[in-house]
Design a protein around this ligand. Structure first.
Ligand code: FAD
Length: 450
């Protein structure tokens, strides 16, 4: 499957051609925003003080150098971020703490208030890139497990199956995120409705996980060689050998792309075209950033239907389930505070906020661009940049794998032509059997026929 010539992923739900087109348009544009503009290349968040809802007194902090985050000193904070509080909705002004706050019933995550004065730190995203940090082991396993087991859904095709509640934690009362009796009812009454929506949540989380894994493998620190490199073997074990994980990366790309289309629609409709201000103090910078931002959403608009079936929460039954869906996503956003590696926590929080912002735009039809907090917009664009990198690395790793296979096959042919002793040829053949099998399939173009 991974060797499909010219076909990178099997997709049914998203328009992969549209994604390829979008990729070719935006690969050079995205860095203009995420690296070249102060608005999009910095972030303010509660990185160190937020409480983890999963366990108390957790001191399992990653001590690896790679986990450290360089935060900004007061004099390093870009002007635009100093004045960002001006854009906060007026009800949010005078807020002093930087807690995860559930500001609106429509939010799909808890958002750190950028207008707050305490607890939050400023970071340069460009100077703290997401990459391999060495954070792993029981702690990461427990976090991923709690995300999947407590917050993803078991979706069954069997309509009679009971108990589509997400997992045993809820049932046993062990979850820190208890469902209210009403939500409990919704899940018991509606075991077989909103399956598409439940699948969507699972896909987003799996795609988010696969995307993080891709970045780790693309920027992997090889301690033996003392250099940063790409790690194909690791990518295969974490992502490449699982077609569904690759699909989910593409699904997330499509979801974020669709949110950009939504923004493009709103910009088109808005008379002044300026619900956003990217640098009020400096007109030139403001204009440059806005041009790049508008070009990005304009490109997205050129392929405006990337998710083939995007009619989520359309019927009345599934509408009832929406609040539960939103709650699950919010709970996942809180789990990000349990991540024991500062840099991983930074990017985990940012990307979950990015997906939550996309969901708010797509699933809450009344959400206006002007309703979004700056941190949500910044998170959305940076998350899109991250997933764009993941798509890019999927192709790179797949190509690399094909090239490796070709080299192995060539080695085999050379061994044959040099008439190596029969025993050696046979043992070589046995070792490489798997690769040779794929090479033959490839030559015969069998995967395409399948
Ligand atoms: C929010 C967060 C952010 C992180 N950021 C970083 C980072 O920036 N840099 C860094 O080096 N490490 C980061 N980590 C750690 C990293 O994700 C891995 O946990 C770590 O590399 C150990 O990997 P692993 O191979 O043991 O499996 P893990 O990636 O920890 O996966 C655990 C299990 O989940 C399942 N699984 C894996 N991928 C998927 C998927 N896509 N869909 C469904 N199931 C899946 C598998 O059964 C797997 O065994 C982060 C962890 C978290 C929780």
């Amino acid at each position: 499957y991974l060797l499909l010539p010219n076909v990178a992923v099997r997709q049914t739900e998203v328009d992969t051609d549209a994604i390829h087109r979008m990729q070719s348009r935006v690969r050079t544009l995205l860095p203009v925003l995420t690296e070249g503009s102060d608005y999009f290349s910095y972030y303010k968040l509660n990185l160190y003080q937020a409480e983890c809802p999963l366990w108390e007194n957790d001191n399992a902090m990653c001590s690896s150098q790679g986990c450290a985050v360089d935060t900004l000193e007061e004099n390093e904070i870009p002007n635009v971020w100093k004045s960002l509080s001006d854009f906060e909705p007026s009800s949010k002004k005078n807020q002093t703490r930087c807690n995860w706050e559930h500001n609106s019933q429509l939010d799909y995550c808890y958002v750190d208030e950028v207008s707050s004065k305490q607890d939050c730190v400023y970071v340069s995203l460009a100077k703290n890139p997401e990459r391999f940090t060495g954070y792993s082991g029981d702690h990461t396993a427990a976090i991923w497990r709690s995300i999947y087991e407590q917050n993803c859904f078991v979706v069954s095709d069997d309509e009679n199956t009971e108990g589509l509640k997400s997992n045993a934690f809820y049932k046993s009362g062990m979850s820190p995120f208890q469902l209210s009796p009403e939500e409990d009812d919704v899940l018991s009454i509606l075991p077989s409705v909103a399956c598409e929506e439940k699948r969507m949540l699972n896909k987003i989380i799996s795609g988010f996980h696969a995307s993080i894994s891709s970045h780790i493998c693309e920027n992997y620190y090889d301690a033996d060689q003392n250099r940063w490199t790409k790690n194909l073997e690791w990518w295969l074990t974490k992502v490449g050998n699982y077609p569904d994980r690759i699909e989910n990366i593409f699904f997330n790309y499509a979801l974020l792309h669709q949110a950009l289309v939504q923004i493009a629609d709103q910009l088109e409709k808005s008379e002044s075209n300026i619900p956003l201000s990217f640098c009020p103090d400096n007109q030139a910078i403001d204009e440059r950033t806005r041009n790049a931002f508008e070009l990005l959403v304009f490109y997205a608009k050129q392929d405006s239907k990337v998710i083939v079936s995007s009619n989520f929460f359309a019927d009345e039954e599934s509408q009832k389930f929406k609040e539960t869906f939103r709650k699950h996503f919010r709970d996942i956003s809180r789990i990000m505070d349990c991540v024991g590696c500062d840099k991983c926590r930074l990017w985990g929080k940012l990307q979950i906020t990015g997906y939550a912002t996309a969901l708010k735009l797509l699933l809450e039809p009344n959400t206006q661009l002007s309703d979004l907090r700056p941190s949500e917009i910044v998170a959305l664009i940076n998350t899109f940049d991250r997933i764009s990198h993941s798509v890019q690395s999927t192709f790179w790793f797949q190509l690399r794998r094909r090239a490796d296979l070709s080299v192995k096959f060539l080695q085999f042919l050379i061994a044959l032509s040099f008439k190596a002793p029969t025993r050696e040829i046979l043992s070589f053949f046995a070792e490489q059997l798997w690769y040779i099998f794929y090479a033959i399939l490839y030559i015969c173009n069998v995967p395409r026929l399948i």
